[in-house]
Design a protein around this ligand. Structure first.
Ligand SMILES: Cc1cc2nc3c(=O)[nH]c(=O)nc-3n(C[C@H](O)[C@H](O)[C@H](O)COP(=O)(O)OP(=O)(O)OC[C@H]3O[C@@H](n4cnc5c(N)ncnc54)[C@H](O)[C@@H]3O)c2cc1C
Length: 544
């Protein structure tokens, strides 16, 4: 069960005695890392390869919500919504540092039009044809009632009605809206979630390889020979495994056909979603849920203290290898959408950053990108002789449940595996009470008096109880080594290299943190320079 492989020239003719691992996971997004963590905790030997950085694709480009998906109720995706709603609180408890409750204000107007193609729309146009795409208030309330009650809520507050006249919630909005409903969902730092799953998997014995691409996988005598290539050295090696997990996200189909050479009928529909980040658009800490006449919805979310996050779009994305970017058309769409609700129109000049990701949705033949199912599908294929599990779709919110379902399909291939264990087990740094952030921050601020309030808060919301290990016995900011700007110090950067698989400045400033919003290009370049030096002496930093 030990991990074993040979370096140098790749060859499938491995010696008989070479170690064979149980599970090889392709892809270091949330699904690959979640499955690796669950599997290693059940006693399997696990190795994972990610061709770029962890969470470098879809899993860092989400709207960053642990949510049931209110909108999916329109599509009657009750199983998905229920699972996600229940999961929100399980996840909050396991990671109170990187996830927290948020309130969403949904302005309501009787003339608002909704998408005409959903099962709800079709039913309504049959029983209430005079509504013509509008929704009666009682139906919205019913949806929110289901949202409140499908998922056994204990921590999160339920739905309330809110007046938009003379209230902070109403202040930024155009006068057309006088009433709204307010409900709960949760924020999640998506890319940190991925990294913490990988860290925990590694701590339990998994081998995590970043910047390592799976070139091909061939089966011989029931064992996979997986050829991987190190992106930096170009070196290839072969790893032998009893089972493969293909968690390639948008590349899942590509991997099935080009790397593993299987003739599977299943595929993904690639749907791009973009977000823009603007200067802070309003003063309160709640989000808005805006309903568009095209049947789409967008959120505006208070972001990183000084900004507002607006998203998302739904556009078919033709080529998986084309890096998704927020196009001018999408930016314009989001600006116009938000401006139709906000008193002060949002313009291009307000935009400070944008990002884009591709949803790898299971191709269920839906007509529109918006209507394609958000549920996940797991399929084991044994047509070549050795088993491979292909993962299609999934939400950040359901990653832990997806991993459990994956393990249900994986464990029959192995003897003596342990039972499900991840519910209730904290991620690294998350071993404190679900409402304990303020208390932890004040303990950190007390012990490290040199930290500003914002700095202490940032560290706690990124690292939780690990802050004490990172800062150690520092008594002054100068004890933390070089200052890279925006409170990023050498001590923190070393932690990110040693423990969180960071290899480039981009990994640090856009995924391990969002300090890219505050650092200048020169500061980021200086960090990159320093990192290339630091990574040349891996023994010093314990880099694997
Ligand atoms: C715009 C948008 C908003 C979203 N908002 C939310 C939200 O608010 N809440 C929510 O719950 N979900 C949300 N989602 C969905 C969620 O982000 C995705 O379902 C999830 O991140 C998919 O994770 P993944 O691991 O399957 O894919 P990915 O994160 O894309 O990971 C796949 C990884 O595989 C790697 N890979 C591919 N090929 C190879 C190879 N040959 N060798 C090695 N590595 C390889 C890639 O580099 C990549 O990192 C959103 C998605 C989008 C696009």
């Amino acid at each position: 069960m030990a991990t074993g492989h040979e370096c140098g020239e790749a060859s499938l003719d491995q010696p008989e005695h070479q170690d064979v691992i149980d599970l090889f996971v392709i892809g270091g997004g949330i699904n690959g890392c979640g499955i690796a963590r669950d599997a290693v905790g059940r006693g399997l030997s696990v190795e994972l390869a990610e061709m770029n950085d962890l969470a470098s694709a879809t899993s860092s480009a989400s709207t960053k919500l642990f949510h049931g998906g209110l909108r999916y109720l329109e599509y009657w995706e009750v199983r998905l919504v229920r699972e996600a709603l229940i999961e929100r609180e399980t996840l909050l408890r396991a990671m109170p540092h990187i996830s927290w409750p948020m309130r969403f204000v949904l302005p309501y107007h009787k003339d608002m039009r909704f998408e005409g193609d959903t099962p709800t729309s079709k039913l309504l146009s049959f029983v209430m044809p005079w509504m013509k795409g509008r929704r009666p208030a009682w139906l919205i309330r019913l949806g929110l009632f289901m949202y409140d009650n499908l998922g056994g809520r204990k921590i999160l507050k339920g739905t309330t009605a809110v007046s938009l006249s003379g209230t902070p919630e109403g202040a930024p909005l155009v006068d057309r809206f006088s009433k709204a409903y307010e409900y709960s969902d949760c924020w999640i730092e998506d890319s940190r979630l991925v990294v913490l799953n990988a860290r925990d998997a590694q701590a339990r014995g998994a081998k995590i390889n970043v910047r390592t691409k799976v070139l091909s996988a061939e089966q011989r005598d029931g064992i996979w020979g997986v050829t991987v290539q190190d992106r930096d050295s170009g070196e290839t090696r072969v790893i032998r495994a009893r089972m493969l997990v293909n968690a390639g996200g948008p590349w899942v189909e590509d991997i099935i056909r080009s790397a593993v050479h299987i003739n599977a009928a299943d595929g993904v529909r690639l749907v791009r979603g973009s977000h823009i980040v603007t200067r802070k658009l309003y003063d309160h800490d709640k989000c808005y849920f805006f309903q568009g006449e095209d049947g789409r919805i967008i959120f505006t979310i208070p972001y990183e203290g000084d900004f507002t996050l607006i998203g998302t779009t739904d556009m078919d994305h033709a080529n998986v290898d084309e890096k998704p970017v927020c196009t001018d058309e999408e930016t314009e769409y989001l600006l116009q959408f938000a401006s139709s609700y906000l008193k002060a129109p949002v313009t291009k000049d307000d935009v400070v950053w944008s990002y884009s990701g591709v949803r790898p949705l299971y191709n269920d033949g839906a007509t529109s990108a918006t209507a394609a199912t958000r549920d996940y599908v797991l399929k084991v294929d044994q047509s070549t002789g050795a088993p491979i599990l292909n993962v299609f779709g999934g939400k950040i919110t359901t990653y832990r449940k997806l991993a459990e379902s994956a393990l249900e399909k994986i464990t029959p291939f192995f003897d003596g595996t342990r039972t499900p264990w991840t519910a209730g087990v904290a991620l690294p740094g998350g071993d404190f009470p679900v409402d304990g952030v303020a208390d932890l921050t004040s303990r950190v601020a007390q012990k490290y008096a040199f930290l500003t309030e914002r700095w202490a808060q940032r560290l706690v919301k990124a690292y939780g109880t690990d802050v004490f290990e990172i800062l150690g016995d520092a008594r002054a900011a100068t004890d933390l080594g070089r200052d890279f700007g925006a409170t990023l110090t050498q001590r923190e950067a070393e932690w990110l290299i040693d423990k969180e698989f960071a290899r480039t400045a981009e990994d640090i400033v856009w995924r391990r943190s969002k300090l890219g919003l505050r650092l200048t290009q020169d500061q980021i370049a200086a960090l990159d320079d320093w990192m290339s030096g630091a990574l040349k002496i891996p023994e010093q930093h314990g880099v694997a």
